[in-house]
Design a protein around this ligand. Structure first.
Ligand SMILES: *Cc1c(COP(=O)(O)O)cnc(C)c1O
Length: 522
């Protein structure tokens, strides 16, 4: 690593030929961008502040003595800094985003327009209830649609993401079991579940036990039945699962778990694949979260925003969290903030969040639901599944598709690294895709498949975009299978090459001073 006046030099490729270096470090119209600390200088400012009037300090001995040392930039320098960085990002508005499990679909601008209406964007959670009746109406509308689409009688709108919804569902399961004096210790999680499932169960204090998958990538029903017993609080099943397959035994699983006194949590983050076609309530599910930011659009990633409403069966509805919006007989809405002993919502497990959820997300989801309509939502899942199957069948001759014989996939196509020559891995294919202009697919997940590549094209891609992506992935896969050594150097066209991701995670360099010291030591 070296720091020079133009910032970081692009690194040499490992093993391959050095890349064509430029004087500036810029490549074509992609500009290198140093850190703020390298381009800014202390004492410079982009704002014309008035002189600070002399005033007696009221900070006692706490006044800072040394300057804070933040770099200053002019306004154009600031604008360019962030614009240059933003150009090094990949985004759904730039191209197909094949990340499996994440449902990176186009976000209709109509939703943004609605969320920015001042009546929604500017409400405050502490406003008097009579002044936010419209916002409550939207929350109630989304809740009613979710109940209808899932065939479940109750919904909690407040959880703020999928994993938060899982926590909500498990807390309700725990409250229901405790209410009948039957606290249990174990949650069963199949191998094909999403990673957040065992994490949530462990976070709730449950012991997590694995249920193996069958060869065709689904829950092993016999193994599950054999493990059920009086210590099992419930199961968490991701359906469709992370192998991109529908769990066909869901009804039998639910019956067996209920007969053994447990409850059924379903991870519904993949609802995108079945919305309008399957009602989870018909499958014996007691609680399920829905990722509004996946199935019902909204830009997401990088940690937010999200919304993970949870639908409940009759068995769990009394234990759902506060607060919730209630429609009164006169048509007005009321936010129920507290339980009344012995009467209203007396069995609630409590409150998970300070307020009642993500208003911007609810508005976007409402706009998405109303603009698609029931028929449009059904079309969403049909097209999402069709697109994934197109990807699967177009590539199965060049990439191993471990469950291709299990029938059509749902909204995700899954491949493995089977057949790659010694020294070539899924990582090489992912890095090669970057050079082709695509964000890589989800890698090494699910764990049940070696070198997994999970691709979710979503319903918003047309055939031309799919064909271009398929062509790119085919080309990279062929290079890997042919043992093309140059692929080991990919990405060669990106602003950065292969990074030491382990060191970045284990020994993160979080301050500029550390960075300079580390660079000097090298
Ligand atoms: C995305 C996802 C989650 C977690 O949702 P977050 O909103 O990221 O917390 C859980 N399960 C599955 C199957 C998912 O795809």
């Amino acid at each position: 690593m070296s720091i020079n006046s133009s910032g970081w030099k692009p690194e040499m490729s490992q093993g391959g030929a050095p890349t064509a270096e430029t004087f500036t470090g810029n490549r074509a119209l992609m500009l290198e961008e140093p850190l703020l600390f390298e381009i800014g200088s202390i004492g410079k400012t982009g704002v014309d502040f008035a002189e600070v009037p002399e005033a007696a300090s009221r900070l006692g001995g706490l006044t800072r003595e040394a300057p804070i040392g933040l770099p200053g930039l002019s306004e154009p320098e600031t604008v360019r800094h962030y614009t240059r960085l933003s150009r090094q990002n990949y985004a759904i508005d730039l191209g197909l985003f094949p990340l499996g499990s994440c449902t990176m679909k186009h976000n209709p601008r109509l939703n943004e327009r609605m969320a920015r209406l001042p009546g929604f964007a500017d409400v405050h959670p502490l406003q008097p209830q009579e002044t936010v009746q419209g916002a409550y109406a939207v929350i109630n509308l989304v809740g009613e649609w979710l109940c209808k689409l899932t065939g479940m009688p109750a919904v909690a709108m407040s959880p703020k993401a999928g994993a938060h919804g899982e926590l909500c569902g498990l807390l309700a399961i725990r409250a229901a079991l405790e209410a009948r004096g039957d606290a249990r210790e174990v949650i069963l999680v199949p191998e094909s579940a999403h990673g957040t499932n065992p994490a949530t169960a462990a976070f709730c204090g449950y012991r997590v036990e694995d249920i193996p998958a069958t060869k065709d990538g689904r829950v092993n029903l016999e193994a599950l039945k054999a493990r059920l017993g009086p210590d099992v609080a419930g199961v968490m099943i991701t359906n469709p699962n992370t192998c991109g397959l529908f769990e066909r035994d869901m009804i039998a699983i639910g019956e067996a778990v209920h007969a053994a006194g447990g409850l059924v949590y379903c991870d519904g983050a993949n609802f995108n694949a079945i919305v309008g076609r399957v009602r989870p309530g018909d499958l014996g599910i007691d609680a399920m979260h829905i990722n509004l930011h996946k199935t019902f659009s909204t830009p997401h990633g990088g940690g937010g925003p999200g919304a993970g409403p949870v639908v409940f069966s009759d068995a769990l509805a009394p234990f759902a969290p506060l607060p919730f919006v209630e429609k009164r007989e006169d048509g007005s809405f009321h936010l129920v903030e507290e339980e009344t002993a012995g009467e209203h919502h007396a069995d609630t497990f409590g409150r998970m969040v300070a307020f009642h959820g993500q208003m911007g997300m609810f508005t976007r989801a409402a706009a998405y639901m109303l603009s698609h309509g029931a028929d449009g939502l059904r079309q969403v899942s049909e097209d999402a599944v069709l697109n994934a199957n197109y990807v699967l069948r177009q590539l199965e001759d060049v990439l191993d598709a471990p469950f291709a014989a299990s029938g059509p996939c749902m909204h995700e196509a899954l491949f493995s690294d089977e057949g790659f020559p010694e020294g070539f891995t899924t990582l090489d294919v992912a890095k090669g895709l970057i050079d082709e202009g695509f964000h890589p697919m989800t890698m090494y997940f699910p764990l049940v498949v070696h070198g997994a590549m999970l691709i979710e094209p979503t319903e918003t891609e047309g055939k031309a975009a799919l064909d271009q992506f398929i062509g790119a992935l085919r080309h990279v896969a062929e290079r890997a299978k042919a043992g093309d050594a140059a692929l080991k150097a990919a990405p060669v066209h990106a602003p950065r090459r292969r990074l030491d991701e382990t060191a970045a995670a284990r020994k993160p360099v979080l301050t500029y001073r550390e960075l300079v010291t580390a660079a000097a030591a090298e």
